[in-house]
Design a protein around this ligand. Structure first.
Ligand SMILES: Cc1cc2nc3c(=O)[nH]c(=O)nc-3n(C[C@H](O)[C@H](O)[C@H](O)COP(=O)(O)OP(=O)(O)OC[C@H]3O[C@@H](n4cnc5c(N)ncnc54)[C@H](O)[C@@H]3O)c2cc1C
Ligand code: SF4
Ligand code: SF4
Length: 395
């Protein structure tokens, strides 16, 4: 890993973009800034970047070994797609902000730039019931499919039987598929990877549902002019996120210590504690500190709690469990939410009705940004409160 000179992050400087897998490997993957979002994988026109979905992995790797695992023959010949897609490479944050909002965020915008914040829930009882919180994400997808904003959504399903809790990226094109994918799994699912299936099925207008790290992929791609792979994603729904867990947490903690078999689990949520509901009707809470050891490595340095580059970001914080905290960021996001409120598809109330939720979002955004390492781009830490120096003891 090389420590990158901060001048390299200056967004204003226009230089020829020559960076390829070699720089990506050195500055993002080897340095552990890599989140596993798979932006580089889907962008590669030569299909030489693979992705490892296994426990302890969730990382991209180079499939050709001619120049070793950390260099690329196509990159040597001028291909730069992977670095153009990576939302942790160089000045990713100001570049995405510039693209979406025509400005960078101010130091008081620690949760990213937004125009409105509210609490929402699906009006349709089934959608509300199937959703993790207010069912907003599923309600939006169903509505956007019906209204022709999208013809498919890159979301997350379960691989094999639902009781295995192994998340896998997939495509939803109708109400049934949207509801099949509803709810949260707290392990990683690189939903970007579902784009290949969507394109094979001839879909052209896609929503991406993704964790904060994934929702920065489209605007970074667009800003860096990646070309056709960035075009089908037309709508970006982000999920608030402070971490995901490695799949091994099921066997090594939940089962080994608490005797909770994953095949017997029906729902899980995180509300200050890890909550687990079982088929036999029992409910269990596990201290998050205990879960910490199973944090997925890709989350270690992640600075983005609030999915700051989505059209609409959605979270579960708030005093009422069955509402979705909804952060409207772009014009498109605003148009969709306003139309859904107007036609009664969702119910909304102002964010001010739960000020503690907004304050908690700010605190958690600070906490995530504090993880961003001092040796990487300074701009990402913009707005962090100064840490108080310990007062020297007096005699
Ligand atoms: C791993 C993870 C961590 C989260 N952490 C927080 C948090 O710390 N604080 C907070 O306020 N909110 C967090 N959320 C968001 C919250 O759990 C809800 O997803 C959000 O409030 C939307 O609820 P809903 O009822 O509107 O969504 P739903 O209608 O239930 O739709 C949820 C959508 O998320 C997709 N999805 C489910 N699991 C995954 C996954 N692992 N990866 C990618 N996509 C997935 C589903 O396919 C579906 O499209 C997290 C979500 C996930 C998946
Ligand atoms: S952060 Fe995403 S795009 Fe960047 S190297 Fe990792 S997987 Fe690839
Ligand atoms: S904390 Fe969430 S948003 Fe950040 S890298 Fe991990 S999964 Fe992605």
């Amino acid at each position: 890993m090389s420590v990158v000179d901060d001048a390299a992050f200056a967004p204003a400087k226009k230089e020829r973009w020559t960076y390829q897998w070699k720089e990506l490997y050195d500055e993002v993957i080897d340095s552990k800034l890599c989140t596993g979002c798979a932006g580089c994988v889907i962008s590669c026109p030569h299909d030489v970047i693979g992705y490892n979905h296994e426990e302890g992995e969730y990382r991209p790797f180079h499939l050709e070994e001619e120049l070793g695992f950390d260099d690329c023959i196509h990159g040597q010949k001028g291909c730069t797609s992977c670095t153009r897609a990576c939302p942790r490479f160089r000045a990713w944050e100001p570049e995405a902000n510039e693209h979406l909002f025509a400005r960078d965020r101010g130091d008081d915008e620690i949760a990213g730039i937004y125009s409105d914040i509210m609490l929402t829930r699906a009006s349709d009882d089934m959608v509300h019931k199937m959703g993790q919180d207010g069912g907003l994400v599923s309600a939006i997808l169903i509505w956007a499919l019906d209204e022709g904003y999208i013809d498919g959504a890159l979301t997350s399903f379960m691989e094999g039987p639902a009781s295995d809790w192994k998340a896998r990226p997939g495509v939803a094109t109708n109400r049934d598929e949207v509801l099949e994918s509803a709810g949260s799994r707290y392990t990683y699912s690189a939903n970007t990877l579902a784009i290949n299936e969507a394109l094979e099925r001839g879909l052209t207008k896609l929503a991406l549902v993704g964790m904060s790290c994934q929702s920065s992929v489209p605007p970074v791609m667009w800003h860096r002019k990646i070309g056709k792979i960035g075009k089908p994603i037309t709508f970006n729904l982000g999920l608030l996120c402070s971490k995901t867990f490695d799949d091994s947490i099921f066997a090594e903690l939940f089962e080994a210590k608490y005797g909770l078999d994953k095949h017997e689990m029906v729902k899980m949520n995180i509300k200050g504690v890890f909550q687990i509901w079982m088929k036999d009707g029992s409910y269990h809470e596990i201290n998050l500190k205990e879960c910490h050891a199973w944090t997925r490595e890709g989350c270690t340095y992640c600075p983005d709690f609030a999915a700051e580059h989505a059209d609409i970001s959605c979270g579960g914080i708030g005093k009422d469990n069955d509402w979705t905290l909804t952060i409207v960021r772009t014009e498109l996001g605003r148009e969709i939410i306003q139309r859904m409120i107007a036609d009664g598809s969702i119910v909304a109330r102002p964010g001010d009705s739960d000020p503690a939720a907004i304050e908690l979002m700010r605190k958690l955004s600070i906490k995530s940004r504090e993880r961003w390492p001092a040796w990487a781009s300074d701009v990402v830490r913009l707005g962090l409160p100064e840490k108080k120096k310990p007062v020297a003891a007096t005699a």
